[in-house]
Design a protein around this ligand. Structure first.
Ligand code: AMP
Ligand code: ZN
Length: 521
């Protein structure tokens, strides 16, 4: 069974097996939509995708919720000034906060699609859950865990929650010492944190409450939305290493008194993606968007491959060299696989089921109302719930079985993807019939998510980034500028045949998205 490193108990523990017919439940901290997500953010979002795929591979359904933070949160240096990055971006781009959030939420889904991330079942937006957040803050105040100040702010009193600091390994004394004894503003204890902030003059995003007009603290969002969409207790909570403190520490404190303990069983954190020794950050300018990699002739799945070369708990260096090495390794993997020839349509060695991530078009756009986020209708189960790990469907030889088991053991060992990928390369080189090698690799791709089944399609993905794609794009742009729609459509069809969909963006640029050409446009 899949074991994961739990930050809270500092142990590697198996995921709880749910009641028959019930899914494993997972809450993943999502993007703040005031700028494009960068490849570092996507590394963090890839981790729950791998968890989900590994569980599906074990025949367990998963219900995943990923929040969209579309209201400013109180963190970093902006905390003191009360600046909300959403509002700052709205001012800079001369748009409403809603327009900003819509545009970057849609961009996030496009990025997730090219990375082959399975879409979450629900993408709740913070602004659509203000009543839930208020209800939670009110209960905490009524129970004596929170207090309102003269200024109209509401703080959580950390001294009322005995477990405070357990997740991050902090003690209250150390946390207080970190504030050098100064109590910020109107807090009673320097370690207390805001549940609700009074709205200042001219603030665009604010809501009425029993404490006056204001807006919620960032952490409150995840407590309230997890409770609403997954219930009081759920199995897995994911985020980046910087979410451990204060975000998740505060989330446990807020939810704890209501649900009777930490809301999630396992707290899993992914390590940073680094550039030149520094954390890639929205504010630092060392920023790369995954959909922009195509401009440099690199496909997004090469970045996915790069992420698979390190354990999620280790920091990973992102550079032109590391990315190029990943692209080369992926190309080599594909050509070895292609050389085995396509699978028969039927029989024991027919290609195993693909775990499709859906295309960008199947995903919600930023402007879609409501909280549903998945292409599957309400109540419909995950497509793949057979135990592929324990009962592989093909008649494997003892040596093939050994390779399969090595792969499963790597996955189960806290997602040891480097070993899993090495096993796939070893499988391709193994002294086994082509049918068996192909089957093992395609089966493993349900977890790797590298779209390996596409290597036999007329134009394999490795070939589509050749310069002629650029030439076609330029020609199409020219045709469109000259209102020659017929020619523009012709070129679109040619790009589609190459497995790419040109998507014209509002700002006049065109983005290429990978599609499955066998499915048509
Ligand atoms: P944000 O959109 O800024 O709220 O960030 C979304 C997620 O990305 C958070 O869970 C962060 O922990 C994570 N994150 C931010 N920077 C990096 C990075 N350089 N590498 C990996 N994850 C990151
Ligand atoms: Zn969160």
């Amino acid at each position: 069974m899949l074991q994961l490193a739990d930050t809270l108990t500092r142990t590697v523990r198996p995921v709880r097996i749910p009641e028959p017919g019930q899914p494993v439940t997972m809450y993943s901290c999502g993007p703040t939509v005031y700028r494009y997500a960068h490849v570092g953010n996507l590394r963090t979002f890839l981790m729950p995708d791998l968890i989900r795929r590994a569980l599906l591979y074990h025949g367990m359904a998963v219900r995943q919720v990923q929040n969209i933070t579309d209201v400013g949160h109180l963190r970093d240096e902006r905390f003191d000034r009360g600046d909300d990055p959403m509002l700052v971006a709205a001012g800079l781009e001369d748009k409403t906060p809603g327009q900003i959030a819509d545009a970057y939420e849609a961009a996030f889904h496009a990025d997730a699609a090219v990375m082959n991330l399975l879409p979450a079942h629900v993408y709740p937006r913070a602004t659509e859950h203000i009543p839930e957040m208020l209800a939670l803050a009110e209960r905490l105040e009524d129970l004596g865990h929170a207090y309102r100040t003269e200024a109209g702010n509401v703080y959580f009193a950390v001294s009322t929650w005995p477990g405070y600091g357990r997740l991050s390994g902090n003690t209250l004394d150390a946390l207080r010492a970190g504030h050098r004894g100064e109590v910020e503003g109107d807090k009673r204890d320097p370690a207390d944190f805001a549940l609700w902030k009074a709205a200042g003059e001219g603030r665009l995003l604010k809501w009425p409450s029993r404490w006056g007009d204001g807006f919620p603290g960032w952490h409150l969002e995840c407590s309230a939305m997890a409770m609403r969409h997954l219930g009081d207790r759920f199995d897995i909570h994911t985020g980046g290493e910087d979410n451990v403190f204060p975000h998740h520490e505060d989330e446990i404190a807020q939810s704890g008194p209501i649900v009777g303990g930490p809301p999630a069983d396992l707290w899993i954190h992914g390590a940073f993606l680094m550039t030149s020794g520094r954390k890639m950050a929205k504010s630092a300018g060392n920023f790369q968007r995954v959909t922009e990699l195509a401009d440099d002739g690199i496909e997004a799945l090469a970045f996915r491959y790069l992420c698979l070369t390190a354990r999620y708990s280790r920091r990973l260096d992102y550079s032109e060299e590391s990315l190029a090495a990943a692209a080369t390794a992926l190309t080599a993997l594909r050509s070895r696989l292609r050389a085995l020839g396509p699978a028969a349509d039927n029989g024991p060695w027919a290609a195993p089921a693909v775990l499709a991530a859906g295309r960008a078009a199947d995903r919600p756009t930023g402007s879609a109302a409501g909280v549903r986020g998945h292409a599957l209708p309400d109540g419909q189960a995950e497509p793949v719930v057979v135990d592929r790990a324990g009962s592989p469907a093909a008649p494997l030889s003892p040596a093939g079985r050994e390779l399969h088991e090595r792969f499963v053991a790597a996955i189960d060992d806290d997602l040891d993807m480097p070993t899993a990928v090495a096993t796939i390369h070893a499988t391709l080189r193994a002294d086994l019939p082509a049918d068996e090698r192909r089957w093992l690799v395609l089966d493993a791709d349900a977890v790797l998510g590298l779209d390996l089944h596409r290597v036999w399609q007329p134009q394999p993905p490795a070939a589509v980034f050749e310069p002629r794609v650029d030439a076609l794009l330029a020609e199409r742009a020219q045709a469109r500028a000259g209102r020659d729609w017929e020619r523009a459509d012709e070129i679109r069809e040619r790009l589609r045949a190459l497995g790419m969909e040109p998507v014209d963006l509002a700002d006049g640029t065109t983005e290429l998205r990978l599609i499955d050409p066998s499915k048509g446009g």
